[in-house]
Design a protein around this ligand. Structure first.
Ligand SMILES: [Zn+2]
Length: 137
């Protein structure tokens, strides 16, 4: 977990640096275009358009990143429901659905056609954490 979130943070740092470099290059291009205009009275429309769109894109990307909720530590944990047949012991795991609770009746067992029930609800985490946090019968 901590390793992958570290990778995400490193990727973000690269990403931000790239945006900053892009912005600086665009600013330089824009300043060059202004300089050309002042000195020669010639408007370099291509440079203007390119640099302004690059700056707009960079600003947009930065805003996108800021509005996104922080990824590490605040992710919604994945919750799973284990369904079990009391007769033959058939067990299946599916994603938790709203309204699931332990001992709630579920679909018929695909093996022996007996009604199954929700046996366990747990959230996906490290094995250590899973042992501590699942609510077992
Ligand atoms: Zn069964």
């Amino acid at each position: 977990m901590s390793k992958s979130s570290g990778d995400i943070r490193r990727t973000q740092v690269y990403f931000v640096s790239m945006i900053i470099v892009l912005m600086l290059l665009s600013l330089i291009t824009l300043l060059q275009a202004f300089k050309t205009y002042r000195e020669k009275g010639y408007v370099d429309y291509l440079s203007f358009t390119l640099s302004i769109s690059a700056i707009t894109l960079s600003v947009y990307m930065i805003l996108q990143m800021k509005t996104r909720p922080p990824k590490t530590g605040f992710e919604q944990p994945e919750v799973f429901t284990v369904i079990r047949c009391s007769k033959c012991g058939f067990e299946t795991t599916r994603k938790f659905k709203e309204g699931d609770y332990i001992l709630k009746e579920a679909d018929l067992c695909p093996k022996c056609k007996e009604p199954t029930f929700i046996y366990m609800i747990f959230r996906k985490a490290d094995e250590e954490e899973k042992k501590r946090e699942r609510y077992e019968l």
